[in-house]
Design a protein around this ligand. Sequence first.
Ligand SMILES: Nc1ncnc2c1ncn2[C@@H]1O[C@H](COP(=O)(O)OP(=O)(O)O)[C@@H](O)[C@H]1O
Ligand SMILES: [Mg+2]
Length: 323
Amino acid sequence: MEPLAKDRLREIGKGNCGSVWASSEANFCFKREDGGPGRSLHNDYIMHKKVLETLPAEATVQVPNCHEYIGQDDELWWRNQLHRFPKGRQPCNVLITERVPAFSKPVREKLIDLFCPETGKAVIYTSKADEDCIVRPYLGRRRQQRQLVAKSRLKAFGLRNYPLHIDQIQELNLDSAIYATIMADTLAQLFWIAHVDANDLEFVLAPPSSSKSDNVAIMESEILGKHVLWILDFDLCRDMSMDEDGVKQAVNAFLGNDPYYPRPDRDYCKELWTTFKNRFLETSQRILVKGPEALLPLLWVQLVEEKCIELALSRVSANSTSS
Ligand SMILES: Nc1ncnc2c1ncn2[C@@H]1O[C@H](COP(=O)(O)OP(=O)(O)O)[C@@H](O)[C@H]1O
Ligand SMILES: [Mg+2]
């Protein structure tokens, strides 16, 4: 049976665990476990559910709803759904979640006008893939010199998971301190309430959806319009213990993630690191009122700062030996 155009699924994202599919009609999406080995969509489901169930009402980050986990061998489901995927796709494990809404055309056009090299604009304006535009706030990274040179930027330019570096965030007059504050609250709540280490978690800026709870922080900007900070991709998140081992695990997760967070070892985001750190400690203190666990947030901050100093020193010595 040929599916109606509105029912057909289109790939809207891809990662190491799998590919993500949505139809033009619905506000949910299907993550397929068809990526590299060693990744678990079932863990994604368990962690995503746990985060939704444990994040407190005052959370200011938006988390997509998590609908259903479908096994590869769920014959009934696959009999009804396989035809919606392009020919040749086989049944596999699938996770159905709310889709993070993409930015509207006017927002996408502003991003293209500002950041896409002249030679590529016409292509990107009309590209279907670039309609799935969500933005990654990279508070911990500046654009590299080579990304500022128009010619070499085009190859990498795309609006899916568009990396908005700290210098661009400032250029757009976006409030980086608010993003840092929401990230700090979110990590404190994930660590000390959900007991989840946030390993490989993605933060994205995108419009809010109607499922948003009352306390989710809505930001307004001339370029991005109304937007919120979302978190997604829980497949590599792990439980963490409320002790030194758990803290070390969460430190490694923080340092190993893409550069969403401000860091103490980069001159251009040192001040933002202080904002992040103070907020993380305040929120953590409210969660872990007393007892031995109340010392863990400070230990986490100290270990992050120590490791960052080590990393900065090794960068200096690598530069001095190469020059
Ligand atoms: N719920 C969603 N709504 C919109 N886009 C999504 C959603 N989930 C994933 N994506 C997009 O698909 C990409 C890959 O999905 P992700 O969950 O990160 O898979 P992986 O675990 O393979 O990295 C994401 O980086 C994002 O761009
Ligand atoms: Mg991912």
